[in-house]
Write a protein that binds this ligand. Structure first.
Ligand SMILES: *Cc1c(COP(=O)(O)O)cnc(C)c1O
Length: 976
């Protein structure tokens, strides 16, 4: 016995009891062996030598980040336990607050197959339309649903939230008058957060938002561009706005209606009573409230306003075979082309949420939606009748789903009584409360309400009250909607799940292959990071729920702020902006408010390098700033001499510099500290565009470098998935002197939850914490990586970029590099010499990559005729190699053209991508074998991604804009 034990004896070390696997190993994907191999290829002894040679010494952080309790990494299971514990501090009350946010049942078939499915949520914005037909179809469904419900001919897909959609509508009204009518009327019956967002936006644009009773506005005034009304109004009442429409329009004032989508299944749509623009949120179509977002807003309008329409529009065009195909229409309106003259500053929007809302429409169909609406209305009617019996007067006799009641003993008492029964209602003022009913309301819920409202006296029940309630709908809708087959044939779960799968399979996402999008950081969106977002404790919280019900959220926000402050080197964070562009706008408005607080109202010049992202000039324009563009030098760096001259010239009026670091050319500029100093010397503030944080985290930081404010794209560097074009979050970090100016929110006026500074410049998003529901994704990423893991991620991102650049440099010239001939986390391949020699354009290479199973890197930005590659830390060496192999093989195909072996026009590149239909067609008359088109490399034979259409003709579609399903059907019929 003794000897047996002795021979098997093994001392247990504490080391051996540590978790077996760390999250970092899954996220930073190369192994130690692979890292060594890659370093050898680049010619460095190890990764630290590469980093030392790449990141300038004077901006290098000398110590690891101290994120307090988040410094040491958590394992995935440790994180989930911690997060569950935190989330459980939120209280999920029965909710009737309304105000633009409502309970909804996310159909589980949509929950599992879209929201929880990386095949949908890891897609990129559908710039490569041939590999995006699935989501483009779904977004077209969204547009069709919105046009049908609003009664307008044209809709976009999609905007950030209802508040910003209203602000965009105001901008449109102003632009329709070429900015010559600076006033915009806003009815005081709009939702308070909408009014606040519009007011702030007006301030920056130099417009005036006049808030008041829509019946007392002067509609004969000559300086008014538009009027905004809410339908039904924020108190729930249904108002006939026709008299206002005729007065306003007689004088050229446009009418904007903020409408509740579900109500439009029962109410005459604004398009039928003459509105020019209809905006709203699609949240209650199957997207959880999530403490404020993300949700897809919409904007619908008439055809003559199409060029001024904000956001993305999906439209039909034709492909090279002459077949109908979808793609994003009229992109020339957008900021990546038009910069400060863009129609809007929507880059990342809410594509994933628009898809969910559209699928909710597909699943329920028009009849299902009507039933949901009718039932919500009936509950409101029954409740109102019962409450009247109890002495509460209904002040909204004409309502859809929301009623406002005058309370015999004041609003506070009943709000409090409800709260102690686990119920949230909305306090309108000292005497009134309002309640909104929705899809999730049940009979027992209303019985529970009656009990509270009876205040101890005998309470009626739904069963007693309902039979005597007669409801009529004023302004009842008579027209049909959503008659297209897509909304009428997928109502069983089998049909639905197959439709979802069919669309998913048309699209290339991160589940297929790496998406090496320069400046758009498509890294791993880990499953564990995504788990919490569907927990009811996080998903089912109304954004205006009282503070004592959201302690879990508050704790998470404070944790995330702490993490992000340390990462950016800033003193405070605002978690309100819900996109990168929105962060830029918020940061610049903060800078503006700071200058004004010092009496410097004249400081309005913003210096922006030519290489900046289009959102930068567009944001500056939204803040009323004058843009001074400066150039770059031969290496892609900011031209420091030109910058100095500009700062000197505009010294008295300098407001800010907007700078991206490392530069959009993928280079760490040595002069960045000096650049910041120059701006400060002239009294300006430095705005750093933090989209490239993936090359900074743990190595340097905007605060350390000398910036005053910076936004972070949490949907790039911090793992929120791109969702096919959104959601995103763009929080801003600031130095202490700017903290007082951070945005606040009207829902927080009672001090419910701390948000913003004490001298806030205004409100940038409809909800106080923007798209709060997706913040746990970034929070978990940081917590599971820990300080060292994050720094390693930046190092690996730089290593991977340099490795690829090295492997490719003999085939394609690499544009720009840093001091030691290395690049940062991304690099640019110059395709212009190829075009000159062979006529092959960058688009041909991009489309040919699809035949190899890859999404193209960023095309022609920031330099026309180039590809910008950003591999990220998450890709394994095998995947990096596969991508390089594809590009190298394509170089061979180009060489054949160069050598005159194949035709310049009729070849695999010009004809790319190759669909299954084309390569299996009866006729084949191309000068290369069919399988060279479809199976150019071995791996495509075992797992082939098939592009769905041949090359799409953008220009054709823009000339004949067709942007909804019914319209498409007609167009097909006409061409057939
Ligand atoms: C992505 C990006 C933005 C804009 O962010 P959105 O969330 O799309 O609005 C701004 N600047 C740079 C450099 C970016 O890459």
């Amino acid at each position: 016995m003794t000897s047996l034990i002795a021979s098997g004896a093994r001392a247990v070390s504490t080391e051996a009891l540590k978790p077996l696997d760390t999250f970092e190993r899954r996220h930073n994907s190369g192994t130690t062996q692979e890292v060594a191999e890659m370093c050898a290829v680049i010619g460095f002894k190890d990764i630290d030598a590469l980093i030392d040679a790449t990141v300038p010494e004077n901006i290098r952080l000398k110590k690891t980040m101290d994120m307090g309790e988040y410094t040491q990494p958590l394992t995935e299971s440790e994180f989930l336990t911690m997060m569950k514990n935190m989330a459980s501090k939120n209280k999920v009350f029965k909710n009737y607050i309304g105000t633009g946010y409502h309970g909804t049942h996310v159909p589980t078939v949509i929950l599992r197959n879209i929201l929880e499915n990386p095949g949908w949520y890891t897609q990129y914005t559908p710039y490569q339309a041939e590999a995006s037909q699935g989501r483009l179809e779904s977004l077209l469904n969204f547009q069709t649903m919105i046009t049908d419900l609003t009664g307008m001919p044209l809709s976009n897909s999609s905007l950030l939230d209802e508040g910003t959609a209203a602000a965009e509508a105001m901008t449109m009204c102003s632009a329709l008058n070429r900015g010559k009518k600076p006033k915009f009327y806003v009815s005081n019956k709009c939702h308070p957060q909408t009014i606040a967002v519009v007011q702030t936006r007006a301030e920056g644009l130099g417009l005036e938002a006049v808030v008041g009773d829509e019946n007392s506005f002067d509609y004969t005034a000559k300086d008014v561009c538009g009027v905004l009304v809410q339908y039904p109004a924020t108190d729930g009442s249904i108002i006939d706005y026709k008299p206002i429409v005729s007065q306003a329009q007689a004088n050229g004032i446009r009418v904007v209606a903020a409408a509740d989508l579900l109500s439009l299944t029962m109410l005459q749509p604004p398009g039928e009573w003459g509105a020019d623009i209809v905006i709203g949120s699609s949240q209650r179509f199957g997207v959880p409230m999530g403490y404020g977002g993300p949700h897809a807003a919409f904007l619908a309008t008439t055809h003559d306003c199409k060029r001024l329409m904000p956001g993305r529009i999906i439209g039909e065009s034709i492909d090279a075979e002459g077949k109908p195909a979808l793609r994003m229409a009229m992109q020339t309106r957008e900021q990546h082309i038009r910069r400060d003259k863009a129609t809007s500053n929507i880059c990342t929007a809410q594509a994933l949420l628009a898809n969910i809302a559209a699928m909710y429409g597909v699943y329920h169909g028009p009849e299902g939606l009507k039933q949901i609406a009718k039932r919500s209305h009936d509950f409101a009617a029954v409740f109102a009748a019962g409450a009247e019996k109890l002495g509460f007067k209904n002040t909204t006799p004409e309502f859809f789903d929301t009623v406002t009641l005058k309370c015999p003993s004041g609003a506070d008492a009943i709000v409090k009584a409800c709260a102690s029964a686990g119920i949230n209602i909305r306090k309108m003022d000292a005497d009134h409360v309002s309640l909104a009913f929705d899809e999730t309301t049940e009979i027992a819920d209303v019985d529970a309400l009656f009990k509270v409202f009876a205040g101890g006296a005998a309470a009626p029940t739904v069963a007693q009250v309902a039979p005597s309630v007669n409801t009529t709908m004023p302004m009842a809708r008579k027209s049909e909607f959503m008659t297209h087959p897509v909304f009428n044939q997928y109502h069983s779960e089998h049909e639905m799940v197959r439709y979802l799968k069919r669309l998913e399979e048309k699209d290339l996402s991160l589940v297929h292959s790496m998406i090496a999008l320069g400046s758009c950081t498509m890294k791993l969106n880990a499953t564990t990071e995504m788990i919490p977002i569907t927990w009811p404790e996080l998903a089912n919280i109304h954004p205006f729920a009282p503070k004592d019900q959201t302690l879990g959220y508050q704790e998470m926000f404070r944790g995330l702020e702490k993490q992000l402050c340390e990462i950016t080197g800033f003193d405070a964070m605002s978690l309100q902006p819900n996109s990168g562009a929105s962060g830029e706008y918020a940061g610049l408005m903060g800078i503006r408010a700071y200058h004004q607080s010092r009496g410097d109202h004249h400081r309005d010049v913003c210096i922006i390098p030519v290489s900046a992202h289009g959102t930068n000039p567009a944001s500056a324009a939204m803040c009323g700033m004058k843009i001074v563009v400066i150039g770059t030098d031969a290496k892609g760096n900011i031209n420091v001499a030109e910058l100095k001259a500009a700062a000197e010239k505009h010294s008295a009026n300098l407001a800010a510099l907007m700078v991206t670091y490392p530069s959009t050319h993928g280079v760490y500029e040595e002069d960045i500290k000096e650049i910041c100093e120059v701006i400060h010397q002239h009294g300006g503030q430095v705005y750093m565009d933090g989209a490239n944080m993936n090359a900074q985290v743990g190595l340097t930081s905007p605060g350390f470098i000398g910036a005053d404010v910076c936004h972070l794209n949490l949907h790039k560097t911090f793992c929120i998935p791109h969702g096919g074009g959104g959601p995103g979050m763009g929080p801003i970090g600031v130095k202490a002197h700017l903290a007082p100016f951070m945005p606040d929110h009207p829902s927080m006026k009672d001090g419910a939850v701390a948000v913003g500074g004490d001298k806030p410049f205004g409100v940038v998003a409809a909800a106080p914490y923007g798209s709060a529901l997706i913040l746990p994704i970034s929070f978990s990423y940081i917590a599971m990586m820990g300080s060292e893991g994050l720094a390693n991620a930046s190092k690996r991102a730089i290593l991977n970029a340099n490795y690829m650049s090295k492997r490719l440099e003999d085939y394609y010239p690499v544009l720009f590099s840093g001091k030691n001939d290395t690049c940062a986390h991304e690099f640019i391949l110059d395709m212009r010499p190829i075009k000159d020699a062979t006529g092959v354009e960058v688009a041909d290479i991009a489309k040919r990559l699809m035949d190899y199973g890859f999404h193209s890197p960023t095309m022609s930005w920031p330099v026309a005729g180039t590809l910008m590659i950003e591999p990220t830390e998450s890709e394994s060496k095998a995947e990096l190699d596969r991508f390089c192999d594809a590009l190298i093989a394509i170089r061979g195909e180009i060489r054949d053209i160069e050598d005159g072996k194949v035709d310049r026009e009729n070849n695999v590149l010009k004809n790319a991508p190759h669909t299954a239909e084309v390569v299996t067609a009866k006729e084949w008359n191309r000068p290369y074998p069919r399988d060279l088109g479809a199976f150019p490399v071995e791996w495509t034979r075992s797992h082939k991604f098939w592009p769905q259409t041949s090359r799409i003709d953008d220009v054709y579609g823009d000339r004949n804009l067709v942007a909804s399903r019914a319209a498409v059907e007609v167009a097909v019929a006409q061409t057939a």
